[in-house]
Design a protein around this ligand. Sequence first.
Ligand code: ARG
Length: 620
Amino acid sequence: MMDPMTTTATADPVALLDRRFRAAIAVALGDPSLDLDPVIKPSQNPQFGDFQANCAMALAKSRGMNPRELAAKIVAAVDLSGVAHAPEVAGPGFINVKLDLGALSAMLGAMSDADLGVVRVKQTYGVTVDLCGVNVAKQMHVGHLRATIIGDCLARVFERLGRDVHRENHLGDWGLPIAMTLASLRRQRIDLDRITLDDLNDAYRAAQAASRDDEAGLAAAMATGAGPHRIAELSLQCTDAQIAVEDAKRTLVRLQSGDPELVRDWQKLIDCTMREVFRTTGILNVRLGPEHSRGESFFRERLPKVVEEFLASGLAKEDRGAIVVPFADRERPLLIRKSDGGFLYATTDLAAVRFRVQDLLSDRVVYVVDGRQRDHFKDVFDAADLIGWNRLPDGSRATITHLGFGAVLGKDKRPLKTRSGENFTLIELLEEASERGTAEVSRRAGDPNAPTHGMSDAELAAIGQAVGIAAVKYADLSGDVMRDYVFDLDRMIAFEGDTGPYIQYAHARIASILAKSEAAIDSIRAAPFVVREPAERLLALHLLRYGAMVQETAIALEPSRICSYLQTLANLFNGFYQACPVLKADDATARTARLRLCDLTRRVLADGLDLLGIVAPSRM
Ligand code: ARG
C-alpha cells in the first residue's frame, strides 16, 4: 500500500504519517477496505519522539481487543522506511515515531522549494469575503477596523491556498439616511466638490437629528405638563422632521429614477467617503480597491424581485401590510418589505447572498461583520436556504458563515472614547499608533550598534509606521474574533511578548544575521538541511507545520492560529540561536546548514506576517 510519490515530495510529516499508518491499520485489522484515522499528533515530550499515533486505544476498545497488542500489530505492519526510525509502543498503546534525519532534511527541502509547504488547490468555485462594510457619509470607526483587517487576513489566507477570492465591501450607500443627508446638503447649497468626510459626517448627524420624529416626546411633554416653550419647540421639531423626511423621500425617488444631477451629487458623497476609506486601508496595508465595493445600491433593482419570489414560492406572507418570511423554529419572522412599500437591510442582504453564490459562484461566503448582527444574519441565511439561493449550479449548498466579532474597548472596559468623550475615528487611532512606533524605532536607532543607526528620518518613519500598524493589527487578530478586547497601545507595541513588533523584530534579526554572513543567498539555498541539535529539530518540526496551519486557519476562520504559530516560531528560533552558533559555527558546512535554517525561518515569518497583512521590515 506504499505510496512512493509521497516519500520525498511532501513537506508535511503529519500527512505522510497519516497515509502510512492508515494503510497499516487496515493490514493490522485484516481488512484492506478500512480507512481509519490513525490520530497523528505532535509529541508533547520530544524524549518520546516527534509524533504519536494515538488510534490504538479507541480502535481496540470498540473491537474488544487489547490496545497494546493492536498497537504492536500496527507497528509491525507500518512501512516507515526512509521516513522514520522503528516506532515504539508506549503506555496504554501510544505509538511513538521519530523521523529520521534524511527524511527531515528532505521535507525541509521540499518545503523550501514548494510554496513553503502551503498546498494550492485549484477549485471550481470561489470564496467571497464580506469585509469593511463602511457607510457613506460616516467616518470609519473602530468597529470597521475589525471588519476590514480580519476580512483582509482571511481573504489573504484563501488566496494563499490558491482560491479565487471576491472581496466584497457591502458599502452602505443607499436608503433614506443617505437621501436625507444628500437632500440637506443640497438645501444648504454646500459645495460637494470641496466637502470633507468630517463635514459629511456632521451633515449626516444633523439630518438624522432633524428627522427624528419626536411625537412621543411631544405627547410626554403634554402629559407631564411641560412648559409652553418646550411644547412649542417639540411640535416645531415634529413639523420640521416631517418636512425633512418628505424631502428625503422625494430625493430618494428621484435618485432611484436616475435623475442625472442627483446621481452625480450622490456619487460625490461616495467618492468623498471612499477617498478617506482608501487612505485608511492604505495605512493599514489592507488590499482593498474600488473594484471591491459593491454597495447596497447595486442590489436596488433586485429588491422587488426578492419579495416577489418569496411570495410566489409561498415562503413569505402578508402581515398587517408588511411582507414577512416566517420560520418554523422561532417566533421572530424576517421582515422583507415594510407596510409603506420600503425594503430593508435584510432584503438587500438576501439579494446579495444570491448574487455571491449564484453569480460570483462562491461555495464559501464569510461575513466579517459586528457580532451584534447575529440575528440578522441567521434570519437572512435561513431564508436563503428555504428558497434555495445558497445552491450552486451543481446543486450543492455553499457554506455561508457570519464571523461576528466583538467590540474594541478602552482601558476602562467601556467602548473606546477620546478624552472629550467622542468616539475615536479609526484614522486618529492609527496615526497615534504610527507616532508611537516611530518614537520607539527612532529611540532604538540611537544605539550605534543598531542596524537602523544612521537611517534618515523618512526611513525611520516608514519602519515606525509598519511597527505601529503591526501592533494594532496583531493585537486585534491574535485574540478570539468573537471576544471584546481592550485597546492598550502600550502593551500592543512592546518589542517583547505576544505582539506584532516581536514577530517583526525576530524577522529583522534573522535578516541581519543573513546580511552579516555575507553568504550569497543562492549558495545558502543550495546547501542541504542538517538537523542534529535538539533546538534545530524543534525549529524544523515547527517549520514543517506551516502549510497545515494555513489550511486549518482557513477552515476554522481563526487568524489567531497564524499569530500563535508565528509567536512559537519566533521563540523556537531564539532558542535555536542561543543553542547553536550560526555565524561562529565550528565549520563552514555547519555554518551554511544553519544559515539555511535561518533563511527558511525568515521566509516563513515574512509569509505568515503577510497573511496577517503586516509588513516585515528587514531592519528594525
Ligand atoms: N454597513 C453595515 C454596518 O455598518 C455593515 C455591512 C455588512 N455586510 C452585509 N452584507 N450586511 O452595519
